[in-house]
Design a protein around this ligand. Sequence first.
Ligand code: SF4
Length: 368
Amino acid sequence: MSVAAAIEIKGWCPGALRPMESGDGLLVRVKPRGSSLTLAQASGLAEVAGRLGNGHIDLTRRANLQIRGLDAAVLPELHRALDRLDLLDPDAGTEAVRNIMVGPLAGPEGRALASALGEAVAADRKLVAHLPAKFGWLVDAPGPLSIVGERAEIALCVLTAGVALRVGGRWRGIMPHDKAVSLALAVARAHLDGREIPTLGRMDIVPAPGRRTLGAVARLFGIAAPFGRLETSQLQSLVALATAAGASELRLSPWRALYVDAPVDGAREFGLIVDDEDPLLRIDACPGKPACRSASVDTRRDAYRLATMGFVGSIHLSGCAKGCARSASAELVLVGCEGRYGIVRNGTARSLPQQTTDPDHLAAVLRG
Ligand code: SF4
């Protein structure tokens, strides 16, 4: 099979150098290298988001962060600040293709591989010029937090026998460790040219995905932000806790959870989630009104209300039928339309609602 047939990609993504208009101003996406922030970077980012933006920071499903509520006039200052924090790429093209997600428990070999891959992609001007912005890479190793189950056009999993390669959704074989970067790049180039995937060594076992786990896990401590949104004060408080605990970094994940490399105590006190049973974890909610122009309902305010009502299934509140916060089906989906919610059971934001309700009558929906 050709690489082009194995991979289908649409659309574009914002970056720090390519801001996107949103309901609360411009948003920029910051892509920490290795999906990890030093505590100094995290603190600096919080300071910048509070001083130049509106103080809201999104954790994205590609282990990146978004600063919101920016005015075009502050972009030069923002870029200088991000550059000082080593969180800025040299140009928008390089930034767009540097989509390498690294698992929170990836060891030194995986991190070195991701770093070498990032440099090689950035140095390949053909890839920078032509690779679609949504072309995603993933680097990890097996383990309880392994992200190998996440979407990536090219995934690399570091094993003892070599580096396993997944293209599109299929594992293709094992590469020698020292050939992994060059072979992965060859696959990306083959994608652009419509050529065949290079032949690789046989693999007998497919890497198993891990899952989001909060609290103490392996040598990390997992903390989630409700609906993937951190306020600058929460991030600064988390940095203070992590510093006191002797941590050195915050690792990002596609699960909108952060992993601190030391046990921290007290994050619940400032509104973060440290318990896998927290009902907020079962609720996805897009930014909604007023952050998004397409929304006519305050999804996150209503999500907090729903979290106290005892519904045990998955819930998706979407400001409109686009369904940005969740593409998978949920047991209860509330889709905003002209100030009311359309109600879908066991479907997505794009499903046809069976009835509608006023946001103030959500408790009746759960009873029904
Ligand atoms: S789902 Fe609609 S309202 Fe929500 S963030 Fe996306 S476009 Fe905006």
